[in-house]
Ligand binder design. Sequence first.
Ligand code: ADE
Length: 230
Amino acid sequence: MPDEQQQVVGGRTFWRGHLHGHDVVAVLSGIGKVAAATTATALIERFGVQRIVFTGVAGGLAPGVRVGDVVVARHFLQHDMDASPIFPRHEVPGYGRSRFDADPTLTTQLVQASERVLHELPARLGAEVMQAFGLETPRCHQGLLISGDRFVSTTTESLGLRETLPDALAVEMEGAAFAQVCHDYGVPLAMVRTISDRADDAAHVDFPRFLREVASRYSGAVIETLLREK
Ligand code: ADE
């Protein structure tokens, strides 16, 4: 952001400024549900944000969710939440529910921005990068995103998640925490994730390179497109 200024809160650097006429606060969430929850809380309590758009990466679970696709969350669930037998598996104690929703309006806007980026970005990434990661015609999926404090990197674990939660599109480590905090405060949330791996035995391969050369480009382009058009 041309006018950005840094502010450190709770050990995280928040960047405040303006982009395409919008007041923006940008921050790295940190990895895992606790870091995500404190970041979301600081955004709301300290910076008074009125909506949150989260971009990142995830491991694909559902059969058609491939590396280079994007998943836009409609719902979130913590796959490692288990207070059974006192509460049903996955239910968040005190809420009477296991699933939290993304904001429908902001999410539809994010889907539109993501689809536009998928249309335009592969050409800008170039053939070499597309081939290096085996990216073909990337697709945009919408549905359930599941979160837990584990990087899922074995085929056994990902098959287990698919069996327990057959409608889960992808797995990551922060989404459901943001969704719970946003639910608590009544702040609209939308989230898009680039699929960096298939959450299987090969999940760690080229992960840093994918972040650098593909996922960060998607995130930047989606945010630009969303802010430019809304
Ligand atoms: N983020 C990206 N890939 C992931 C995986 N396989 N498990 C958890 N979080 C991820």
